[in-house]
Ligand binder design. Structure first.
Ligand SMILES: Nc1ncnc2c1ncn2[C@@H]1O[C@H](COP(=O)(O)OP(=O)(O)O)[C@@H](O)[C@H]1O
Ligand SMILES: O=P(O)(O)OC[C@H]1O[C@](O)(COP(=O)(O)O)[C@@H](O)[C@@H]1O
Ligand SMILES: [Mg+2]
Length: 334
């Protein structure tokens, strides 16, 4: 599936720790398994840190063996648990966390999480010198330097499953549905879901939206009989109340719109085959990167290859939504 880097071991690591942080994503378990099995096979001891950076600060770690990661490749969520940890924004706490790792003779840390978690990982290495490798784990696919993230494919398919069902009832009742999709302040998930669902419109925060114009357009095609029903995919990161505002405008045009917020169902469930392979490969290769002397990097994918991206870049650059993709989406709606 991916072209993997050829790496030679130059550094000696006897023990590493792994954690999952931020919003959970399907495939995180497969990634932990990849890390653990790859490390054990190369003679490295592994600790699992529970509840992300919160567990790191609370010294909540468990030794992991091969059996610890049996029967999890197919499970959603993360068996190590995840958390958002405001305390990790404080550099004194990050230094305290490093001391706890050193006390256990842990040489390196692997962080599986989203853009926030990986930004924290970069600061942690910069300030403490403990080598860190990040893996992109988020349904949002909003991380600079990688085309794909663990959990994105599964979340897209979960949203599609829901929208296909909504489409049946929208069509039967000749209604419009405004379907709100996750993605934080990025329209990546919404755009992919919208294209794959054949949505009549996709509204993302990256591009300006005129509510009145959209409502008039939808009402006109409703009256003309060319769009008696429709699915409008709205990214959650748009202006607050955008969805309600469009629904209100459509009502004023005599339509009966419904709002459906997909919410956390998008984060759960069995990871797709794609996410399992992605997570397994990235997890396993992260250990090889560490042994090859790399650190302060994220292991991601680009042009079909597994690549390393400096964690610093994730802080400096924002992943853009390809305007060509949106152009295609618009062409297909007409
Ligand atoms: N700039 C940062 N500095 C230090 N730690 C951070 C930073 N951003 C995020 N984190 C840590 O990572 C956690 C998860 O980040 P968040 O942005 O909520 O999710 P995600 O990693 O999935 O994008 C935060 O709760 C915090 O502990
Ligand atoms: O479950 P929470 O904490 O409310 O977070 C919701 C957010 O988490 C996500 O599901 C995943 O985002 P992160 O990967 O940045 O954590 C976003 O799409 C959503 O905005
Ligand atoms: Mg994020």
């Amino acid at each position: 599936m991916y072209t993997l880097p050829s790496l030679e071991a130059t550094r000696s690591i006897s023990s590493l720790a792994v954690l999952t942080s931020g919003g959970d994503a399907p495939g995180m378990n497969a990634a932990i398994r990849g890390v653990v099995r790859s490390a054990l096979s190369q003679g490295i001891e592994v600790y699992g840190i529970r509840r992300g950076y919160s567990g790191l600060l609370q010294n909540d770690m468990i030794p992991l063996n091969s059996a610890s990661v049996s029967n999890i490749v197919q499970r959603g969520g993360t068996f190590l648990k995840s958390a958002r940890c405001p305390e990790f924004h404080d550099s004194d706490n990050r230094r305290r966390a490093a001391e706890l790792l050193k006390q256990r003779n842990i040489d390196a840390l692997i962080v599986i999480g989203g853009d926030g978690s990986l930004s924290g990982a970069h600061l942690f290495e910069e300030e403490t010198g403990i080598p860190v490798i990040g893996l992109p784990g988020t349904i949002d696919n909003d991380i600079f330097g990688t085309e794909d993230t663990i959990g994105f494919d599964t979340a897209m398919n979960t949203a599609l499953d829901a929208i296909d069902r909504i489409r049946d009832t929208a069509d039967s009742h000749e209604r419009h549905f405004l379907v709100e999709v996750m993605g934080r302040n990025s329209g990546f998930l919404a755009t992919h879901v919208g294209i794959a669902a054949g949505a009549e419109m996709i509204l993302v925060p990256e591009y300006a939206i005129n509510i009145e114009e959209i409502a008039l357009q939808l009402a006109a095609s409703h009256r003309a009989g060319t769009g008696s029903s429709g699915i409008i995919v709205v990214a959650e990161g748009n202006e607050p109340n955008l969805t309600a505002g469009i629904a209100q405008q459509l009502q004023q045009q005599g339509l009966t719109p419904h709002i459906s917020i997909l919410g956390h169902i998008q984060r759960g469930g069995r990871p797709s085959g794609h996410d399992r392979v992605l997570a397994s490969c990235l997890g396993a290769v992260a250990v090889d990167y560490l042994l090859a002397g790399y650190s302060d990097i994220m292991v991601g994918v680009s042009n079909g290859c597994v690549v390393d991206v400096p964690l610093d870049d994730l802080i400096r650059y924002r992943k853009g939504l390809d305007p060509e993709l949106l152009k295609i989406a618009l062409q297909l709606h007409k």
